[in-house]
Ligand binder design. Structure first.
Ligand code: CA
Length: 406
């Protein structure tokens, strides 16, 4: 359907509402307003209309206004307190028209019927925005001065840039999980989600995951700090509001499943760490009087089923042994590593201090090895107050163990 046809059939354009659920209460906390055109009961999305740069601004504004009026009417008649998420084009909000003022007056018009600024969330796509970022920042501050909240839509898509988003200080980040395909979450996607969750935490924004189309995506949202969820797997867009607790049973059951799964995995990791600690204790205790090289040799003998690289550092991060690396089934010494410093690596100092206090070994998270580019984990173990042993565990080894790959 082309743009003019949509405009001529404006009377058939209606708002649809997609429920947004909260993890805290497992109930509907809001609805995203979406545009649909309904001709003879054939309902089509207006997504292409709103995201096409070639369509004149006036057309979009006209259809937007129409949808918002209907949505606000419906909201006020329903007499509820949930949030309404409204999609806005940043370029239109900031172009030479008074769209922003009109939007604000439109909301004011419904104030005495029960619509509050505090219940409005404006969704803005940062990566579509072509203008000066500080202008968008000012607009967001202005909107917030009314009590309106701002969500950055589709974070992570279309080359959106995390430090740009931080400058905008949004209340909510919407992350689309559509990129997870075939029920599988790749390690690199897992890292991206983890980084986004840390980022949201640092800037104090709430994470909303959308595009939740299956259990894997719901799990990814739950595991990565998702407070709000939206997607077909939970609730489809619909011309009417739904019963607020429509997903409570489902979410409660699935959270329980997630927790049981995580707990099992953490227990397996705990058992593995205990086991490795006692094996190392035996080897290291026997070798107390020996040099770093001798300790490493003895470990390569006793723990060759576990690791593919062994070395010893002091508490300042200086490597006090050579590298012992297993290549093609036999151990090789890499002399050039002696004396290198690793204190600059993430978590290094934190790990040393924890070992000094706990006097036991620590398993790192899964990370990509600089040399092999494989996902590995490192097991660090205190030999004494001065020397610390590092064992790198290969992907193949982790794969064989229960619960060590994630
Ligand atoms: Ca949106």
């Amino acid at each position: 359907m082309d743009a003019l046809e949509i405009l001529m059939n404006k009377d058939h354009v209606v708002p649809y509402f997609q429920p947004i659920l909260s993890a805290e209460e497992q109930s509907v906390i809001g609805y995203e307003v979406l545009g649909r055109i309904n001709i003879n009961d054939d309902v089509k999305t207006l997504g292409d209309f709103f995201h096409n740069d070639n369509i004149p601004e006036e057309y979009i504004i006209e259809v937007d206004e129409h949808i918002q009026h209907l949505a606000f009417d419906y909201y006020c008649n329903a007499n509820i307190e949930t949030d309404l998420f409204i999609n806005c084009n940043a370029n239109i909000l900031l172009s030479e028209n008074d769209y922003t003022e009109q939007l604000i007056s439109r909301i004011k018009l419904y104030q005495n019927k029960g619509l509050k600024f505090e219940n409005i969330v404006l969704e803005i796509r940062e990566h579509d925005y072509e203008g000066d970022l500080s202008q968008l920042g000012h607009l967001i501050l202005y909107l917030k001065s009314f009590g309106i909240r701002v969500a950055i839509d589709d974070v992570g898509r279309g080359g959106s840039n995390i430090d740009r988003i931080a400058l905008l200080e949004p209340d909510i980040l919407k992350v689309d999980l559509k990129f997870i395909k075939d029920g599988m979450l790749s390690p690199s996607h897992r890292d991206v989600l983890y980084s986004l969750s840390m980022f949201a935490r640092k800037i104090g924004a709430t994470l909303l995951f959308q595009g939740i189309g299956d259990l894997t995506k719901l799990n990814a949202a739950w595991k990565n700090g998702g407070r709000y969820y939206q997607g077909f797997y939970l609730a489809k867009p619909c011309s009417q509001f739904v019963e607020p607790h429509c997903c409570k049973q489902q979410l409660t059951n699935e959270f329980e499943q997630f927790i049981n799964h995580e707990r099992k995995k953490l227990t397996q990791q705990y058992i593995f760490i205990e086991h490795l600690n006692s094996r190392l204790e035996e080897v290291v205790r026997k070798d107390k009087k020996h040099s770093s090289e001798e300790i490493i040799m003895s470990i390569s003998d006793h723990l060759e089923d576990v690791c593919f690289r062994i070395y010893i550092c002091d508490q300042y991060g200086f490597q006090r042994s050579t590298n012992y690396v297993k290549k093609d089934g036999s151990w090789q010494r890499q002399l050039e590593y002696l004396g290198k410093n690793w204190s600059w690596r993430p978590y290094f100092l934190e790990t040393i201090v924890r070992m000094q206090y706990d006097r036991r070994g620590i398993l790192s998270d899964l990370y990509s090895d600089i040399e092999t580019n494989e996902f590995i984990r490192t097991f660090s173990y205190p030999i004494n107050g001065e020397l610390y042993l590092f064992l790198d565990l290969s992907y193949a080894f982790l794969f064989e163990q229960e619960g060590l790959l994630y």
